[in-house]
Design a protein around this ligand. Structure first.
Ligand SMILES: Nc1ncnc2c1ncn2[C@@H]1O[C@H](COP(=O)(O)OP(=O)(O)O)[C@@H](O)[C@H]1O
Ligand SMILES: [Mg+2]
Length: 362
């Protein structure tokens, strides 16, 4: 088996008393899009800069294609220009006084490559990002999305071992961002690129990635496919950072074979045998669910796995409605198709899906 394209072993990077990267280990395989997803300040950019060689780690080891590029304990550190990486930053710097062609050619000029080779590589890179024939234009004559593609072409032009993308779409408007996501994914598949992608945008991470690392305070709290991290979050942080969670608390009542959760107002919700062993009879319990797993039903007699709720506010989103509802003192937002029409003040029932509830002690 060939070595992973990138490997971190217990990598640490400190800035004063801040552990920006706090003992991180992971590998990226060839042809994979691996995304670091986390809030601002969690250490994403620092991780990318460590890969690129723009920062030196304080501890651990970094390997690119099986070759050690940084190992402070052994005094080992390979300079950025020897690492064969391409990088695109959030604020993609396009040189306004240069043509599109010369912007893309820049990394090759720095490396003093021969002219015919430069022409061939640049034309190829522009073709790949859909800007064939734009070479002689001034870079600032292009739209935001086209300038972003120039930055991508420039990162691709010397066929990097790994493409490093740091929030490359965050300066684009929402529509263009969605379009570029799809384009980057298609390009990555077509060229078999290995990409380390950074974003704080959950939807971007979900649509682009083969695997996602959820990052919090310099640590990887979970690594998995988009589906794994969304459907089976390992921590409260991962659950709330990827999508929303609604949680209710109640008391477990054991009723022969089945469990029932009793709420403060004495209403009950039956959960069959989905209650884990760690929840004892009479103990406080927390129910957590994704809002999209809750169905809205019109007012009526409560059945098992249902809660009564009230509509507090309604927002019309064009293709759907957003209902701000309150159940058992917990307020949250549900999206519903237009065929459901409720108004502020309406009493409704919410049907929980026992198979999709996370149940645990408080
Ligand atoms: N050059 C630096 N000097 C001091 N602190 C830094 C430096 N770069 C990053 N940090 C700190 O390290 C932490 C991680 O930053 P960063 O990697 O930029 O996060 P992210 O990209 O996830 O927003 C933050 O607390 C940030 O303030
Ligand atoms: Mg950053």
């Amino acid at each position: 088996m060939s070595a992973p394209v990138l490997e971190f072993r217990q990598v640490v990077k400190r800035f004063g008393s801040v552990n920006a990267v706090d003992g991180v280990s992971f590998t990226i395989e060839r042809g994979e899009i691996f995304t670091l997803l986390g809030p601002s300040g969690c250490g994403k950019t620092t991780t990318l800069r460590l890969v690129a060689g723009l920062e030196e780690p304080d501890g651990g080891e970094i390997f690119i294609a099986g070759k050690c590029v940084a190992a402070p304990a052994r005094g080992l550190y390979l300079a950025p220009e020897k690492r064969h990486l391409g990088m695109v930053f959030q604020s993609y710097a396009i040189w306004p006084h240069l043509t599109v062609f010369e912007n893309v050619a820049f990394p090759l000029r720095v490396r003093r490559e021969a002219n015919p080779m430069v022409r061939q590589r640049v034309d190829q890179a522009l073709e790949v990002v859909g800007l064939g024939g734009f070479g002689e234009r001034g870079a600032t004559q292009l739209s935001g999305g086209q300038q972003q593609r120039v930055a991508l072409a420039r990162a691709l032009v010397y066929q990097p071992e790994i493409l490093l993308l740091d929030e490359p779409l965050s300066n684009l408007d929402a529509k263009l961002r969605e379009q570029m996501r799809v384009e980057i994914r298609a390009l990555q598949k077509k060229l078999g690129l290995t990409v380390l992608y950074v974003t704080h945008d959950q939807a971007e991470a979900m649509t682009l990635s083969d695997r996602i690392a959820v990052v919090n305070r310099g640590r990887f709290v979970q690594v998995g496919t988009p589906e794994e991290v969304y459907e089976r979050p390992l921590t409260e942080f991962a659950a709330s950072f990827l999508g929303r969670m609604v949680s209710f608390t109640g008391i477990v009542r054991r009723n022969s074979a089945a469990y029932v959760i009793e709420f403060a107002d004495a209403s009950r919700c039956a959960l069959g045998d989905h209650v884990p062993n760690s929840c004892t009879d009479g103990g406080a319990v927390q129910l957590q669910t994704r809002p999209e797993d809750i169905a809205i039903l019109a007012d009526g007699a409560l059945e098992s796995h249902q809660l009564s709720a009230a509509v507090e506010q309604v927002a019309y989103l064009g293709e759907s409605f957003e209902y701000h509802v309150c159940a058992h003192g917990v307020s949250f937002v549900l999206t519903a198709a237009k065929k459901h029409r409720y108004q502020a003040g309406d009493k409704i029932r919410l049907a929980l899906d026992p198979a999709r509830l996370k149940i645990g002690p408080v």
